[in-house]
Ligand binder design. Structure first.
Ligand code: CP
Ligand code: NVA
Length: 331
C-alpha cells in the first residue's frame, strides 16, 4: 500500500477504499508512536505546503502546521482575509499559482465544489480541511481514537446526535459505511442527511456489513451504541439567526450522562470540537443571555467526565493529518 496514495487528493472519503482509509489510520498510529518516542520522522524533508482557511480553525490549522514541521516541511498559512482568493482571484487561478510553488495545498471553506476546483487546477495534492459538506481529516482522527480505545473497529455502532446533515455527520456516515461500523443518524426529520448520500452510504455499507439507520427518538437512537457523537447545532457559514430555531429543534438531542447510560455499557462520548458545553465562550455567553441555556449539544458534566475522549480525539487530528500529508507526498 505504501506509495499507492502518492499524489492523491483527499476531498471526501467516498473516493477512498476501506483498505486505503485503514492504511492512513495505521500510518497515523505509526507516526504517533515515533513522535511519542521522540524519533525524528522528517519524511517529506524540503517540501512546502500552503494552508488556505476561508473559515476559522484551531485544531485543523495547528495539526497541519505541526504535522508539516515534523515531516521536515515548510508551511505557509493564508488566513480568511489575507489572500486574493475569491475577492480578486478565482479558485482556478489561485490553484495554478500555488501549485507552482507548493507540494500540497490544504483548503478549508465553503462549498465542496470549491475544494474540487482547487484540486482540478492545482496539479499537486489538495486536502479538504472542512467544507460545508464534508470533514474527512476529522474522520481519520475519530476512527483512530475509537480503535485505540476499543482495540478494533469491529462490532461498533456509532450514533450521531443533532444536526445529522452537517459536514461532520455526513462524513461520519461515509466513514462508518466504509469501515464497517454501524451508524445511526439521530435527528429531527428536517435535519436528516440528504437521501442521495444515505443511499450511497447504504450501497457501501452493504459491502462492508455495516448498517445505516435514521432515527428521531434519542433513546432508541443510542440503544447499543458504543460511541455517541455530537457537534455544534449551527455550523460555520450558517446564519446566526438560525440559533433560535435550532435550539428549539435540538434541545431533546442534547447528549447527557443519562442518555449515555442508555447506550452500550462501555459507551464513550466523542465531539469534533469546538463545543458549547458551558458559558465560557462569547457565543455560549450570548446564547445564555438570549435563551437561558448554559450548555448546548452536550452537558458540561458529561463533557468533563471520564467517558469523554474529546481531547484524545483532538490530539489524533495531528497524527492523522500528518499521515495524510506523508502518504500523499512521499514517493
Ligand atoms: N474539529 C475541528 O476541525 O476543529 P477546528 O475548527 O478548530 O479546526
Ligand atoms: N460542523 C462544524 C464542525 C467544526 C469542526 C462546523 O462546520 O462549524
Amino acid at each position: 500500500m505504501a506509495g499507492r496514495l502518492y499524489g492523491r487528493n483527499l476531498l471526501t472519503l467516498l473516493d477512498f477504499t476501506s483498505e486505503e482509509i485503514t492504511y492512513l489510520i495505521d500510518l497515523a498510529a505509526e507516526l504517533k508512536e515515533l513522535k511519542q518516542q521522540g524519533v525524528p520522522h522528517r519524511r517529506c524533508e524540503g517540501k512546502n505546503v500552503v494552508l488556505i482557511f476561508e473559515k476559522t480553525s484551531t485544531r485543523t490549522r495547528c495539526s497541519f502546521e505541526v504535522g508539516a514541521l515534523d515531516l521536515g516541511m515548510g508551511v505557509t498559512y493564508l488566513d480568511p482575509a489575507a489572500s486574493q482568493l475569491g475577492k480578486k482571484e478565482s479558485i482556478a487561478d489561485t490553484a495554478r499559482v500555488l501549485g507552482r510553488m507548493y507540494d500540497g495545498i490544504e483548503y478549508r471553506g465553503f462549498g465542496q465544489e470549491r475544494v474540487e476546483t482547487l484540486a482540478q487546477y492545482a496539479g499537486v495534492p489538495v486536502w479538504n480541511g472542512l467544507t460545508d459538506e464534508f470533514h474527512p481529516t476529522q474522520m481519520l482522527a475519530d476512527m483512530l481514537t475509537i480503535r485505540e480505545h476499543f482495540g478494533s473497529l469491529d462490532n461498533v455502532k456509532l450514533t450521531f446526535m443533532g444536526d445529522a446533515r452537517n459536514n461532520v455527520a455526513n462524513s461520519l456516515m461515509v466513514s462508518c459505511a466504509k469501515l464497517g461500523l454501524d451508524y445511526c443518524a439521530c435527528a429531527p426529520e428536517e435535519l436528516m442527511p440528504e437521501a442521495a448520500l444515505v443511499e450511497r452510504c447504504r450501497e457501501v455499507a452493504s459491502q462492508t456489513g455495516s448498517h445505516i439507520e435514521l432515527c428521531s427518538d434519542p433513546e432508541q437512537g443510542v440503544a447499543d451504541a458504543r460511541v455517541v457523537y455530537t457537534d455544534i447545532w449551527v455550523s460555520m457559514g450558517e446564519p446566526a439567526e438560525l440559533w433560535e430555531k435550532r435550539i428549539a429543534l435540538l434541545e431533546p438531542y442534547r447528549v447527557t450522562s443519562e442518555l449515555l447510560d442508555k447506550a452500550a455499557p462501555d459507551a464513550i462520548f466523542l465531539h469534533c470540537l469546538p463545543s458549547f458545553h458551558d458559558t465560557q465562550t462569547d457565543v455560549g455567553a450570548e446564547i445564555y443571555e438570549r435563551f437561558g441555556i448554559s450548555e448546548m449539544e452536550v452537558t458540561d458534566e458529561l463533557f468533563e467526565s471520564e467517558r469523554s475522549l474529546v481531547f484524545d480525539q483532538a490530539e489524533n487530528r495531528m497524527h492523522t493529518i500528518k499521515a495524510v500529508m506523508c502518504a500523499t507526498l512521499e514517493a
